[in-house]
Design a binder for this molecule. Structure first.
Ligand SMILES: O=C(O)[C@@H](CO)OP(=O)(O)O
Ligand SMILES: [Mn+2]
Ligand SMILES: [Mn+2]
Length: 550
């Protein structure tokens, strides 16, 4: 049980944690949509309220190295769990380095299933996933290691289905990955081993939908990878070049699906007896396609064919649903989350976001579990299904409405929400839209904060990682914004390595409370800070609280 704090009885009203997704603290104003935005509320918060900087990338959130940017999964896991776990990216890299991945039941079953095949033919081993080295959802090195091992295991045919990134890596970098990878495949293939790319498309167009925002994306992915139907090209390089020409200005994540074919026949439709490994380690965008492969009775779209395959995820993506059943690497065993311990202490909780980030404040927050704790209420505001540069305000107003109503209801002691704008619009690379995104969040805060005051409450305003703070690619050597040949700045769509703010919005303690800046302060210090704000000691496994009580 969490113990009462002796030095402070807790704030009288609610504690509200507001995550501004993708709101980092920029090093330069040039290229920062946050610096460019008119945001009087946030400016006032930074000027007049206690605030500190938190680490939100690299090893501070369980990534393999400090060159790894932060992302929503690791960020919300760290906030919700109050501690740092080695995350999927690190766990998979370790399992490959030690060779334990090849000994695991998941890998062994897939290999056996492929060797057994069906209908008198050996199976094909398919790899499907995000094709880059972004290390947010996947890493191409993991894929290479698996293709190499498949050959060593005596598998004859490998087919790869590539989701083009341009969101965790530069926006038109697909060929930087495809060209060397096709050379690697040509090199490793021989008379007894045939490994080729069979299909693909932009990650924002097929397969990698999340939180059931748009099942049509998954249906389009199924048609491409499984049925092998769609526009045909002789190679992936040819497909990307042709699609860029027929869709001028379209960045990698938005390129249409393509099928690689020879003599009019698709190279790698998925058949009975095949093995399929979805090689993303991160779960949000892996769950829907995994369901399409695994579920016997499935009504989200017409699969036309449901091949009998041995399916495995790189990790298990949902611990409550045990989804998928088979996986290659055990996920981080996230325990003792603040959701769980507040529930045990009888603290009521409320969580809200729009669809695009709904699972971030529920499933990621609660340690990659989709279930609910006692006394926990959640509310999802349906997201628009549009390119977000066309609606940079997204559902910020509706989330503010829901939070205002939830605070006013007096039913919840700890509330949390996520404003998706800085991140989702930041990912489009559209600077003008990203400034509007930040302004929309500022307006939402302006409406919500006075309601928290009236309820005798306090807010912690923070972010999970940067994005809108750096909308231009930085030159690798000079670290200054890089330019295109025509002199314009190179748009950046990825997250950043910048720290994020933690602001204590407190008009109730009479100056008794403030935040302390420590060298190591990171997202994992938030849970203990919230516990102290409601008058409880932190859980022993949580990182230190940043709250100072006078
Ligand atoms: O859109 C996503 O899947 C990732 C970027 O790959 O962003 P976030 O971590 O903010 O959800
Ligand atoms: Mn995020
Ligand atoms: Mn993002």
């Amino acid at each position: 049980m969490l113990q009462k704090l002796s030095s402070f009885p807790g704030v009288p009203g609610p504690v509200v944690i507001i995550v501004m997704d993708g709101y980092g603290l920029p090093k330069n104003d040039l290229g920062s949509a946050i610096a460019a935005a008119r945001k009087p509320t946030l400016d006032g918060l930074f000027a007049h309220y206690s605030n500190v900087r938190l680490k939100a990338h690299g090893t501070a959130v369980g990534m393999p190295s400090d060159d790894d940017m932060g992302n929503s999964e690791v960020g919300h896991n760290a906030i919700g769990a109050g501690q740092v776990y080695a995350q999927g990216a690190a766990l998979v890299a370790q399992a490959i380095a030690s060779g334990s991945l090849w000994q695991g039941d998941g890998w062994r079953q897939v290999v056996d299933g492929v060797k057994q095949g069906a209908n008198g033919r050996p199976g094909v081993l398919h790899f499907l996933g995000l094709f880059s080295d972004g290390n947010v959802h996947s890493h191409i090195d993991h894929l290479k290691a698996m293709v190499t091992q498949a050959k060593a295991e005596g598998i004859a045919t490998v087919r790869i289905h590539v989701l083009l990134d341009g969101r965790d890596v530069p926006e038109t970098s697909a060929l930087d990955y495809v060209t060397p990878f096709e050379a690697f495949l040509a090199d490793i293939s021989d008379a007894g081993f045939d490994a080729r790319i069979a299909s693909g498309g932009g990650r924002q167009v097929i397969t990698m939908d999340r939180y059931e925002a748009n099942w049509a994306m998954v249906a389009a992915g199924w048609k491409t990878h499984v049925l092998g139907e769609g526009e045909q090209f002789p190679s992936t390089t040819a497909a990307i070049q042709a699609l860029r020409q027929s869709h001028p200005g379209t960045i990698d994540q938005d390129l249409p699906p393509f099928v690689i074919a020879q003599d009019g026949q698709p190279l790698g439709p998925i058949q009975d007896g095949d093995g399929v490994i979805f090689f993303n380690f991160r779960g949000d965008r892996a769950i829907e396609i995994s369901r399409a492969f695994e579920e016997e009775h499935f009504d989200k779209f017409d699969r036309v064919r449901h091949p009998r395959v041995t399916y495995a995820g790189m990790l298990q993506y949902d611990g409550d649903l045990q989804l998928p059943r088979r996986y290659l690497v055990a996920p981080p065993a996230i325990q003792n989350t603040m959701g769980e311990w507040f529930a045990k202490a009888g603290v009521t909780q409320f969580a809200c976001s729009e669809t695009q980030k709904y699972g971030h404040v529920t499933y990621f927050w609660n340690g990659n579990r989709s279930g609910k704790f006692e006394g926990e209420t959640t509310q999802e505001v349906p997201s628009d299904v549009v390119p977000f540069e066309q609606r940079p305000w997204m559902k910020s107003a509706e989330i503010a409405d829901a939070m205002i109503a939830a605070v006013k209801s007096g039913k919840h002691k700890v509330l949390r929400c996520n404003f998706a704008n800085g991140d989702m619009v930041g990912h489009t690379g559209n600077f003008r839209a990203a400034t509007l995104a930040v302004e929309a969040v500022d307006l939402a805060l302006e409406r919500l904060l006075p309601v928290i005051d009236a309820a005798g409450g306090i807010a912690l305003i923070t972010a999970d990682h940067g994005n809108a703070d750096e909308m231009y690619e930085l030159d690798k050597k000079t670290k200054q914004p890089a330019k295109n040949k025509d002199g314009s700045y190179k748009a950046k769509t990825a997250h950043t390595l910048n720290p994020v703010p933690l602001i204590l919005y407190d008009n109730v303690s009479g100056g008794k409370l403030s935040l302390k800046q420590t060298e190591q302060a990171g997202l994992s210090n938030i849970a203990a800070t919230v516990a102290n704000l409601i008058g409880l000691e932190k859980h022993p496994s949580w990182d230190e609280s940043l709250l100072e009580i006078r």
